[in-house]
Write a protein that binds this ligand. Structure first.
Ligand code: ADP
Ligand code: MG
Length: 297
């Protein structure tokens, strides 16, 4: 599949202050994101995840390296203004703090905001807003005040705004971090549906390993570089590498790792607790049978 995003050797530094001097936030980052895929980005605070997200949405430009969005090289010296604009339309972002991204006082006006900036005809905006609100289960909140909503509802409104704009790729920068477990689950369900049903490319920056385990691929960042990359099975199948970078693995992986050390044969990459529990039970049964045979010898 064609990559919707291709990054080659991206570097980026912040100017910093007199004391620190320039702060290198990205250091030779290369990867490809296939269109329609679901990628999780992991890494501890300061590893460069948000900086990368801002380059991909063209909030900032890389100091060096090359970046393609939907086939257009936006870092090309002669990149046309309309290519940059098209790329900006294709990629959207949902941030961590739901209060920082609501711009209007009424829900449907907030969802319409991006479409209005695109200069779409009012009837088309109406249709898109209604559809987007239905997609995130917020239809009955259309005329409500935005400030009264819960955190999870605000994030759903923010997501409706990106759905209405018909984005090809949406980056969620810790968008579930400030939500309670119910809000987090609702938002994750919408993110998964957006990807699996609508074919929107999703980049999910998260600290929740169980969310990352849902992705097709995981990029792990460390010190402004890509530290590990692969399917959830490949990345979490190397828990020692994750721990070495100060990162977690799913709880099921941690449990399986400890059981393996105790000579129980439980796979590291059963992320669903029910499957993990069954594997543990089976391994215990096998071990008991083995011990029985040993004793009878
Ligand atoms: P993450 O999102 O993984 O926590 P960031 O991309 O926010 O990481 O930060 C990467 C590095 O860049 C960190 O060292 C951080 O301190 C630095 N940084 C981020 N934003 C700025 C800024 N506006 N000015 C200076 N340094 C920054
Ligand atoms: Mg961040």
């Amino acid at each position: 599949m064609n990559p919707i995003i291709k990054a080659e050797n991206l570097t980026f530094s912040y100017p910093g202050d007199e004391e620190t001097g320039p702060v290198r936030a990205l250091d030779g980052v290369s990867f490809e994101i296939p269109e329609g895929s679901f990628t999780a980005i992991l890494g501890h605070n300061g590893s460069g995840k948000s900086t990368l997200a801002k380059l991909l949405c063209m909030v900032n430009f890389p100091d060096s390296g090359r970046l393609w969005v939907a086939g257009r090289e936006i870092t090309a010296e002669d990149a046309a203004e309309e290519d940059i604009l098209a790329a900006r339309r294709d990629v959207g972002m949902v941030f961590q703090n739901p209060d920082n991204q609501i711009v209007a006082t009424i829900v449907e006006e907030d969802v319409a905001f991006g479409c209005e900036n695109l200069g779409l005809p009012p009837a088309e905006i109406r249709r898109r807003v209604d559809e987007a609100l239905a997609d995130v289960g917020m239809t009955e909140f259309a005329r409500r005040q935005t400030y009264n909503l819960s955190g999870g509802q605000k994030q759903r409104v923010a997501i409706a705004g990106t759905i209405a704009m018909d984005r090809r790729c949406v980056i969620f920068d810790e968008s579930t971090a400030m939500l309670d477990p119910v809000g987090r689950r609702e938002v994750m369900e919408i993110i998964e549906r957006l990807n699996r049903k609508e074919g929107v490319t999703v980049l999910l920056i998260t600290h929740h390993m169980n969310e990352a385990a849902l992705a097709d691929r995981i990029l792990v960042m460390n010190g402004g570089k890509i530290y590990l990359e692969g399917t959830p099975e490949e990345v979490f199948g190397r828990p020692e590498a994750m721990w070495a970078a100060g990162l977690d693995v799913p709880q099921t992986t941690e449990l399986a790792y400890k059981l393996q050390k105790a000579c129980l044969d439980v796979p590291l990459t059963l992320f669903d607790p029910a499957s993990c529990a069954k594997a543990v039970a089976d391994a215990v049964t096998r071990a008991k049978a083995g011990a029985g045979k040993e004793a009878r010898r």
